[in-house]
Design a protein around this ligand. Structure first.
Ligand code: URA
Length: 275
């Protein structure tokens, strides 16, 4: 059955649809030995030999994406000269070489994306594309609305003002509170430093979302491959941002809809066993 060339390349996992079009346009794709630059060209994968950069499409390494729920006290790198456990120790059975997209502190936990898709990783990390990362944090003390307002406006750190953050109250106890904070930058220890600057040191930090990805119910130390739908959504999000920046558009630094300031959730009532 015939399909459009860019669809075949994108379907192989080698590149997104847009990137496949660029590869064709740049003359990097051959069909039966001839360079093809026409985007609409139809090919039959059962009959035609398609090569990208001289490599047969079926021999090309497909992109692999997986998410790990990094436990505490694990390095977010692939190796550690100090001999501490790393994320690699948790990827048993993964034969493809994947790289962590960004860092989480040694004592932080949660969603880590690992992939062999270098361009996507770079774009997800570049502050220019404002990809959101959400952290569930437990902090010392209870933040006032004014302190939350400061975080939402941007706070002064030693390396400059932070961009506006989104903060959602989750729950509070006598000594501590739980919040969700979403930022679109990735400076070192950023969330901890932001909270420190308003007088509430972070006690526990878990990344729960990154772009369109959610950690969901993945257990600590477990990993799973992204579904096609998740991988496509992530690629779509990055492509959209990259294209917008290329068109010279200003990306929004805060959500389009204002966040409704909600109260703290009431502490959960303990269930009393019925006799
Ligand atoms: N911000 C931090 O302070 N630490 C992390 O691990 C991630 C974000």
């Amino acid at each position: 059955m015939e399909v459009r060339l860019q669809k075949l390349i994108a379907g192989s996992g080698l590149a997104s649809r847009r990137k496949a079009e660029q590869l064709i346009d740049a003359g990097r794709v051959t069909v039966n030995g001839k360079v093809v630059t026409e985007l609409g060209t139809k090919v039959d994968p059962a009959r035609d030999h398609v090569k990208v950069d001289g490599k047969h499409l079926s021999a090309a390494q497909p992109f692999v994406y997986l998410m790990l729920n990094k436990p505490k006290h694990v390095m977010s790198t692939l190796d550690d000269p100090g001999g501490r456990p790393t994320v690699k120790d948790f990827l048993r059975g993964v034969s493809v070489r994947v790289f962590p997209v960004g860092r989480l502190d040694f004592d932080s936990e949660g969603l880590m994306l690992l992939t062999n898709h270098g361009d996507l990783a770079q774009a997800l990390l570049h502050p220019r594309y404002h990809v959101a990362k959400t952290y569930l944090i437990k902090v010392k003390g209870i933040l006032t609305d004014e302190e939350i307002g400061q975080l939402e406006q941007g706070v002064k750190l030693e390396d400059g003002m932070t961009s506006p953050a989104q903060v959602k109250k989750i729950s509070k106890a006598e000594q501590n509170s739980w919040l969700e904070i979403t930022i679109r930058e990735g400076r070192k220890h950023q969330v901890k430093r932001m909270l420190e600057s308003v007088g509430h040191p972070v006690i526990r930090l878990t990344r729960v979302r990154m772009g369109s990805l959610s950690l969901g119910r993945l257990g600590s130390g477990e990993f799973r491959f992204l579904t096609d739908r998740e991988a496509n959504a992530l690629r779509g999000l990055v492509e959209e941002r990259v294209e917008a920046v290329e068109r010279g558009e200003q990306l929004p630094r805060r959500p389009r809809r204002p966040v409704r300031r909600e109260g703290w959730a009431r502490p959960k009532k303990k269930k009393v066993a019925q006799r």
